[in-house]
Design a binder for this molecule. Structure first.
Ligand code: UD1
Ligand code: CA
Length: 503
């Protein structure tokens, strides 16, 4: 590790080809902004100081950077007069904050828009630079299409002479396949002397940082160029097409890494995993699955198909099928889906179940508790072992405020209930089908609210004459119209034998 390392990240350019109100380096890829990827790589070098050069939309970019890396020094480049000018602004900002301490050690310059760059590559490059005691080192690359890049010009012995920018290059120089990735390392003392001597007499009228190579050569100092094998690591995304290309590449790398770590991915092409996701061995991911943000999945869990999990925690052996979930915590061996929508604050206990067409939010569902079918569970606590009947609505909103429903352990609530919060249902309590629970139900009690059923015999034959319904009723021996009414006494709608919708 370098003993005195300064890293300068350039991020002042406009990025107009994004055609976006969002600054280029802030565009997300693999669950992070482009510049966050770079800052993560930079941090792994354990630098003594990091300076970020901001300019365009710096009110967006500056806070984003200091949010990620509070100790970063922000240097403002009012006008983008070239990479050499940008680095000069960075060094000036540093000199101001470090009370005029002369620059020492190694300075690495990187760009804020190279999301595939790894810390490993940066560290290896800095180590080579330092071992060779170069004044300047270039992280170069051999590419099939060098157009647009600065070319690394070497003499017949292979020594680096200069970097020539596309616009300033001769026809012969344009044939050179070795390009400057933009990532450079400097001896700090040399850089401080060279910066003021960079001119802008070139095709772009800009101060080129790359002119430092020529300046080092002129002073008889050593210049190194180290081609990186994996050139995509230094590629920037200038427009949204390149952003998608790099996004696919980044994802492919992440998915491959997890497969090597013991995760089964049935279809890598339709599986998207963000950079910060953590997966245990023997997790299985089925096609069409996106694992986003800080999602963590434990061993033997099976996720998918067609599932999106953002910032979720999935327990060992859990089964998640066709689910959209955010900020949910799912216990070991629990089962969710298909077609469930888990909103923030959902917690499902060990062995619990959230079934088909169920929406949950701020819901703490205990171990072994089940919400199997067609329900909305909002602002709720459901005790362990409790079963919620099909089609239950936790009515948490009275039009003004949200309220909680608390249900105890091992309760059995029947189908098509509405719990009008705030309300409590005690341990081991029961409810009848269609009950609207407005009052607390004590432990062990049965609550019913549906009125007694009236059965008017022959009604269909009289009121639906001539329909298929009436014909079917007649054929089944329906009573004549006017045969009277069966009235039922108190009908709780639930008894140990009464059918619940259950799995
Ligand atoms: C630069 C290099 C070129 C290299 C290429 C790799 C120079 C002169 N040229 O060219 O050799 O092959 O990168 O992509 O260095 N920036 C600022 N302030 C400025 C100018 C640029 O912060 O005044 C930042 C940009 O935001 C960007 C980076 O520096 O992140 C590179 O700038 P860009 O204009 O893309 O440089 P190139 O012309 O592509
Ligand atoms: Ca560029």
């Amino acid at each position: 590790m370098s003993t005195n390392l300064t890293v300068i990240v350039l991020a002042a350019g406009g990025g107009t080809r994004m055609r976006s109100k969002t600054m280029k380096v802030l565009h997300p890829i693999g669950g992070r902004s482009m510049i966050e990827h770079v800052l993560v790589a930079v941090q792994s070098m354990e630098p003594d100081r990091v300076v970020a050069v901001v300019g365009h939309q710096r009110d967006q970019v500056g806070p984003h950077i200091t949010g990620l890396l509070p100790e970063a020094v922000l240097a403002v480049q009012e006008e983008q007069q070239g990479t050499g000018h940008a680095v000069r602004v960075a060094v000036e900002a540093l000199t101001r904050t470090a009370a005029g301490t002369p620059m020492q050690g190694t300075v690495v310059v990187a760009y804020g828009d190279t999301p595939l760059l790894t810390g490993e590559s940066l560290r290896a490059f800095a180590a080579e630079h330092e071992a060779a005691q170069c004044a300047v080192s270039i992280l170069s690359g051999i590419v099939a299409k060098p157009h647009g890049y600065g070319r690394v010009v070497r003499d017949e012995d292979g020594d680096v002479l200069a970097i020539v920018e596309e616009k300033d290059a001769t026809r012969d120089q344009r044939e050179i396949a070795e390009i400057n990735s933009g990532i450079l390392a400097f001896d700090a003392g040399f850089l401080a002397e060279a910066l003021p001597r960079i001119g802008n007499d070139n095709a772009n009228g800009e101060y080129y940082l790359t002119d430092t190579v020529q300046l080092a050569r002129d002073a008889g100092l050593t210049v190194g160029a180290y081609p990186i094998d994996d050139v995509m690591q230094t590629e920037g995304a200038n427009d949204r097409v390149q952003l998608a290309d790099l996004g696919r590449e980044l994802n492919g790398r992440i998915v491959t890494r997890w497969m090597r770590e013991g995760v089964t991915v049935m279809d890598p092409a339709t599986t998207w995993i963000d950079s910060d996701v953590v997966l245990a061995p023997d997790v299985t991911i089925l096609p069409g699955t996106q694992l986003l943000g800080a999602t963590v999945v434990a061993e033997d869990a099976v996720i998918g198909p067609d599932t999106t999990l953002k910032d979720c925690e999935i327990g060992e052996g859990a089964r998640i099928v066709r689910v959209h979930a955010e900020l949910a915590v799912i216990g070991a061996r629990a089962s969710v889906g298909p077609y469930s929508y888990l909103r923030p604050g959902t917690r499902l206990g060990v062995g619990g179940k959230i079934g088909g067409f169920v929406e949950t939010k701020n819901a703490d569902i205990g171990d072994g508790a089940k919400v199997p079918h067609l329900s909305y569970v909002g602002d709720a606590e459901i005790g362990e072992g409790t079963n919620i009947g099909a089609g239950t609505i936790f009515a948490n909103y009275d039009g003004v405020a949200k309220h909680r429903t608390v249900i105890g352990k091992h309760a059995r609530t029947a189908s098509n209930n509405t719990f009008v919060a705030p309300v409590e249902i005690g341990d081991g309590a029961a409810t009848g089908a269609g009950t609207v629970v407005r009052r607390d139900v004590p432990p062990g009690a049965l609550a019913v609210s549906a009125g007694p059923q009236r059965t008017i015999l022959g009604w269909v034959l009289r009121r639906r004459t001539g329909t298929a319904q009436a014909a079917a009723a007649g054929a089944a021996g329906a009573a004549e119209p006017g045969s009277g009414e069966v009235s039922h006494e108190a009908d709780p709608g639930v008894s140990p034998e009464a059918p619940h919708a259950r799995d």
